[in-house]
Design a protein around this ligand. Structure first.
Ligand SMILES: *Cc1c(COP(=O)(O)O)cnc(C)c1O
Length: 721
């Protein structure tokens, strides 16, 4: 009898163990763990070295462990208990029925929003985004999931992702790529009923091109990534999805046909019938032509097909910078996109007219933004000022309207707070809230203004502990920077040796600047007053230091020159030791920097920074913004919650603007930022500075969260017929 009980217990344990192992394998294939602290702690503990060396990749960690090792580790009751806790949180999250959308957007559950974006940034293990546009798309998907919104994403699976940056002996950016292995990534193949990979086709340059798809599970929302690397394709089509915005215009237009037309075809094959198609930037606009093709094939006229398609589409434009609006030559359209003429029953010229502001102007190239605007019932910019600028920019398309009546509104961007928040801050706030878990409730708390309002209250969080947290985060950044700099230097000549452990000062006011090195962002602006800045930086009592990072587009030599200039200064000027450049800016570097810096510098040429989002990531870490009143900061800044460079206006003349902005930047830095940071009480605490941090948290954190943003999209656009 006894031995039988033991036997049953053994079988139970075995079954439970099998279930846990299976559940962990499901869990790692859902990006939910990227915004859950307890899950990350578990994976880090399973293999600290793999966790770090494989760039915080839970899939790779789990593959690193043998089945045997994993099962033995789970015999540790305490550890197993935490694993079960994570799995319970995950289950509760995935199956929650009391979501915001259940009460407010139930209609979208069956007929979801289909969100098309050429890039999605989720996490450092899946580097398929080039910059802010992709990060925003990733954060949009995460918040859609948190809210329980019916949402599917469409993008491409770039086999070699976005480029990695290294800097050569001439301080010049060079690019290299590494192959992504889907087996090692939080992705699953999309399969058909027979369990085999689902293969669809799309016409490109009048040829059929096959593609398969991968799904990134973003909590409850699937994001499908299209992939042409299939043996039946010709070699040049096989490599079509190799790089984010890879190659020349010809690759670009073909990628965009795949994204727009292929994305719709995949959704149809999967039986998904979206109620709204959301075009995140013009790259996806060919979906308009595919939707029209479907209607025309059913016998509807061209005009009706366009009207019906318009009724389903929504377009978000992301930049006033001309390079951000794809324009394709007639020649390219006639080679890569000519099949659309046959499909839509129109002449080449009629097709081209869909992408022209003036349909009759044969000299105008085909613009994807124009197609997106003509094919959508509503459009928006990504901040109030950007909405205004976009209405002016596209007024030509609506000649009978006044500028103010151009139908482009705005929804200001946000970030997915739970995803961007660094571990120590998550733990600090959770401890304050006395919350046992970091599951769904925690994410909901974070999105509430009432939660952040408590940061005003010194009995909730004291100045002392807030300052201690700031010190900890700054220290973590500096140690990260030292490690990175040491690795960077190893690759160059040994004579460049620096004593890395003495590089950067953990007590100094640390100013961060990390973004794409597009020229309008003016990375070196702060160094325009070089000698003055040197005296500020080297002030022994009130030292200041700068950490820079960012990639230039591979074909942007102007941007690469700016990087070169900054690295040169960091090595060969009086700023050496007070200025460093970290290579290979990505999500991980971004998180380190926005959390560890005291000040987040943003000095674009207004009004070209449509929104900007990196500054939003700073707030919850107690890093203050110092920014031109452009994009989101023009709305966010209230005089108490950070610093403004200049006022709510700018000169028309660009040289004058640069001169004025650098002067104002220096003025605010020397007259407000530095004095405030170093204004300490008798025990060394900067009370006024901490007051600003509290104000920033109270006024900005919940407002610039994608929870607010996605709800706004839902209410303004997704739920309108
Ligand atoms: C947030 C983020 C961006 C966008 O930042 P901006 O302020 O819009 O320039 C770009 N790249 C990475 C890696 C980011 O994390």
């Amino acid at each position: 009898m006894l031995s039988r009980t033991i036997e049953i217990q053994a079988v139970d344990t075995q079954n439970q163990m099998d279930a846990t192992v299976a559940a962990l394998n499901r869990l790692v294939r859902n990006l939910w763990w990227t915004w859950n602290q307890d899950a990350q702690d578990v994976f880090e503990e399973l293999s600290p070295r793999a966790w770090r060396h494989m760039y915080h990749n839970a899939v790779a960690v789990l593959r690193e462990l043998s089945d045997e090792e994993l099962r033995v580790r789970l015999l540790d009751e305490e550890f197993n208990g935490r694993v079960q806790g994570v799995l319970r949180q995950f289950d509760a999250y995935m199956n929650a029925s009391d979501t915001w959308a259940a009460a407010n957007a139930a209609r979208l559950a069956k007929r979801p929003v289909a969100y098309f974006s050429a890039e999605f940034g989720f996490h450092e293990t899946l580097p398929i985004a080039a910059g802010g546009l992709g990060m925003l798309a990733g954060d949009h998907a995460k918040s859609a999931s948190d809210l329980g919104l019916g949402f599917v994403g469409i993008s491409l699976f770039y086999r070699e992702g976005y480029f990695q940056q290294s800097i050569n002996a001439e301080n010049w950016q060079t690019e290299y790529y590494s192959q992504l292995d889907p087996q090692n990534l939080p992705l699953e193949p999309v399969t058909g009923d027979n369990g085999e990979p689902l293969i669809c086709t799309v016409e490109i340059a009048a040829e059929p091109v096959s593609f398969c798809a991968w799904v990134a599970n973003v909590g409850r929302c699937p994001v499908y990534l299209l992939d042409t690397k299939l043996p039946m394709n010709q070699p040049h089509f096989r490599d079509l999805t190799q790089h984010v915005y890879g190659g020349d215009d010809s690759t670009r237009i073909m990628q965009e046909i795949l994204l727009g037309a292929g994305g719709v075809r995949l959704l149809r094959r999967l039986g998904v019938s979206p109620s709204v198609f959301h075009l995140n930037e013009g790259h996806a606009a060919f979906l308009v032509l595919e939707l029209m093709r479907e209607r025309i094939a059913e016998g509807v006229s061209f005009d009706e097909a366009l009207a019906e398609t318009r009724g389903q589409c929504l377009f978000t434009t992301h930049t006033p910078v001309p390079a951000g609006h794809d324009r394709f030559s007639h020649k390219l359209m006639n080679s890569a996109a000519r099949h659309f003429c046959g499909q839509l029953g129109v002449s080449a010229n009629e097709l081209l007219a869909l992408g022209r502001v003036d349909p009759a102007d044969a000299g105008e190239e085909f613009c994807m933004t124009v197609l997106a605007l003509k094919g959508s019932r509503a459009a928006n910019g990504v901040s109030e000022l950007h909405g205004e600028v976009s209405r002016k920019m596209w007024h030509g398309l609506y000649p009978n309207e006044s500028v103010d009546d151009v139908p482009i509104g705005h929804v200001t961007n946000g970030i997915h707070l739970a995803g961007w928040m660094k571990g120590p801050v998550r733990k600090f706030l959770r401890h304050k809230l006395n919350q046992a878990d970091s599951g769904a409730n925690w994410a909901k708390e974070l999105a509430k203004p009432e939660f952040w309002a408590r940061m005003q209250d010194a009995s909730f969080v004291s100045d002392e502990e807030l300052w201690a947290l700031r010190y900890r985060l700054r220290r973590e950044l500096i140690e990260f920077a030292r490690r990175r700099l040491q690795d960077q230097e190893h690759r160059s000549e040994p004579k460049d040796f620096i004593a890395f452990d003495h590089l950067l000062n953990p007590d100094a006011l640390t100013i961060g600047f990390a973004r794409r090195f597009a020229t309008y962002k003016r990375a070196p602006l702060v160094f325009d007053h070089f000698e003055n800045l040197v005296s500020l930086a080297r002030d022994l009592r009130r030292p200041v230091q700068f950490i820079f990072a960012g990639k230039a587009h591979p074909r942007d030599d102007e941007g690469k020159r700016l990087i070169q200039k900054i690295i040169h200064m960091s090595r060969h000027s009086k700023l050496s030791g007070h200025l460093v450049f970290l290579e290979n800016y990505d999500v991980h570097v971004a998180r380190q920097m926005v959390s560890g810096c005291d000040v987040w510098l943003n000095n674009p040429r207004r009004p070209l920074e449509a929104s900007g989002t990196s500054g939003m990531k700073a707030t919850c870490h107690g890093c203050l913004n110092l920014s031109i009143l452009d994009g989101w900061w023009r709305e966010g800044y209230d005089g108490t919650n950070g610093f403004a460079i200049g006022g709510d206006e700018h000169p028309d003349n660009v040289d004058e603007q640069d001169r004025l902005d650098s002067e104002n930047l220096y003025k605010v830095l020397s007259g407000e930022v530095i004095p405030c940071f170093y204004d300490r009480d008798e025990i060394g605490i900067p009370r006024a500075w901490l007051g600003k941090i509290r104000r920033a948290m109270v006024t900005l954190a919940a407002r610039y969260d994608t929870t607010r943003m996605v709800r706004e999209y839902a209410q303004k656009f997704y739920l309108q017929e």
